[in-house]
Design a protein around this ligand. Structure first.
Ligand code: GLN
Length: 477
């Protein structure tokens, strides 16, 4: 069931939160052995459902009453392990909840599980989880994308209607595309990151996932908004559900020339074409726009990303947090703990980040990446002078096979070619299910002006209505 249907049935007294949560747990029990979307079930889920029933009986208004949700395992949950998909934090039990978790509780949602992810949100396939990969519900021989692959797979498999992920360079949008669900990354600062484990702080955002736009809007309204505990938080009232009332007539959508030329597979080009013709019929106007510096986005991203990772992950030193492997002295303890606690991709990024920040290379790499970042932002601003929204693929190809890209880190990084510029610029974007290549889902990406996140929902809603939601459905397993 969709979240919207669950809320309706519970509010009308037809269904109860406990029944809904039991059904979700049952579906998880059936499918989890094949999909492995989750790292840990919440043992309190049924108790939480009962608490929601009591609050409903008292007449509380709960916008997500009884809706089961999974959240990515880098979002802190009080009393429930938060591993970041890493051995380093395998036993870490947060003493507090992230702001987004508090907001979900307040809204009456029920956390059923923590979702699998690439270790510390580095990767594009969920193959880098220390707890084993997640499988794509549309094809169990293929990856679900990453790093929020567990969240996307859980929604696509119908275990839950809603999920939270995080998006540093595409980790909500790319797995959403590969699993055929909606994935939304807001403007930097619209969703609180208090209690979200940092990967690369100038890029990280929490994002929302769902199988319908109404559900995505409901969830986005609940988790967005100003948070005094996050110094990067913005004051902007969320109006996602309200945006679904607006018409797409008169919107100008810019097709990004460079993104079309980057070697997309046929199903991706077909989905873009479909999106365009459907939206034209809905009264949107299309123009071609150019982002000349888009070519530099991937290089700039992987420098900024690794630089910030090397600094953020310095805190895992075998002393303060996480795994501790005792050795002869403190330096050896630190080295041993980091060697055994972190997987190869995390180690590679710490090394790369340390290198690009070292005094001899700082200007050659990090300094240059910051200049490229400013140019990419300026390119986007120029494109937004001509269009309300921009259209690109979310990923150049649909879900790939296990092992296809793990041997060559660069080929894995190339999977992010369409998504990383958005994080460098801090603008909002959504992956919209828009077709299939064979049996594999394909998404297109709509990019919005900063703080105009709701406009993306207006356009996506017009597409969903016109196509009757044909491209976002539960995978048949
Ligand atoms: N795939 C990108 C990376 O590996 C993005 C990851 C993310 O958004 N967390 O950095």
């Amino acid at each position: 069931m969709l979240a919207q249907e669950i809320v309706k049935s519970i509010q009308s007294g037809q269904g109860s939160p406990r029944e809904v949560v039991e059904a979700s747990l049952k579906r998880i029990e059936q499918l989890e052995p094949q999909v492995h979307a989750l790292i840990r079930l919440n043992p309190q889920a049924l108790l939480e459902a009962r608490a929601v029933e009591e609050r409903l009986a008292k007449g509380e208004n709960l916008p997500l009453a009884g809706v089961p949700i999974v959240i990515k395992d880098n979002i802190c949950t009080q009393g429930l392990q938060t591993t970041c998909g890493s051995k380093m934090l395998a036993d870490f039990v947060p003493p507090y909840n992230a702001t987004v978790v508090e907001k979900l509780h307040q809204a009456g949602a029920v956390l059923v599980a923590k979702a699998n992810m690439d270790e510390f949100a580095m990767g594009s396939s969920t193959e880098y989880s220390a707890f084993g990969p997640t499988r794509n519900p549309w094809d169990l021989e293929r990856v679900p994308g990453g790093t929020s692959g567990g969240s996307a797979a859980a929604v696509a498999a119908g275990m839950v209607p809603l999920a939270l992920g995080t998006d540093t360079g595409g980790s909500v949008r790319q797995p959403a595309a590969l699993c055929g669900v909606y994935g939304f990354k807001p403007t930097y600062g619209r969703i609180s990151r208090y209690g979200v484990v940092a990967t690369a702080s100038s890029l990280d955002q929490v994002g929302t996932m769902a199988r319908s736009l109404q559900d995505l809007a409901l969830l986005s309204d609940v988790v967005s908004g100003y948070d005094p505990r996050d110094s990067t938080s913005l004051e902007a009232e969320p109006r996602f559900v309200a945006a679904l009332q607006a018409s797409a007539k008169g919107l100008t959508i810019g097709i990004v020339k460079e993104a079309l030329a980057m070697g997309n597979s046929p199903g991706v080009l077909e989905a873009l074409e479909r999106f365009r013709s459907v939206m034209e019929a809905q009264g949107a106007r299309f123009v071609e726009v150019s982002l000349p510096t888009l070519d530099y986005a991937l290089a700039a991203y992987y420098i900024v990303n690794t630089a910030e990772i090397s600094s953020n992950l310095a805190r895992y030193d075998g002393t303060l947090y996480g795994l501790r492997v005792p050795a002869e002295d403190s330096i050896a303890t630190m080295m041993r703990s980091r060697e055994q606690g972190f997987g190869p991709e995390v180690q590679r990024r710490i090394l790369m980040g340390t290198f690009v920040l070292s005094s001899g290379y700082y200007q050659a790499y990090y300094g240059k990446a910051l200049r490229a970042r400013a140019k990419i932002k300026a390119d986007l601003d120029a494109a937004f002078a001509r269009a309300d929204l921009l259209l690109t693929p979310t990923s150049p190809f649909p879900a790939f096979r296990f092992g296809e890209k793990t041997a060559d880190p660069l080929s894995m990084y190339l999977a992010d070619i369409d998504t990383v510029a958005i994080n460098l610029a801090g603008v909002p974007a959504m992956s919209i299910p828009a077709g299939f290549e064979g049996h594999l889902p394909v998404g297109v990406q709509l990019i919005g002006k900063p703080l105009h996140d709701e406009q993306i929902f207006v356009a996506a809603n017009a597409f969903e209505q016109a196509t009757e939601g044909a491209f976002a459905r539960v995978a048949s397993l």
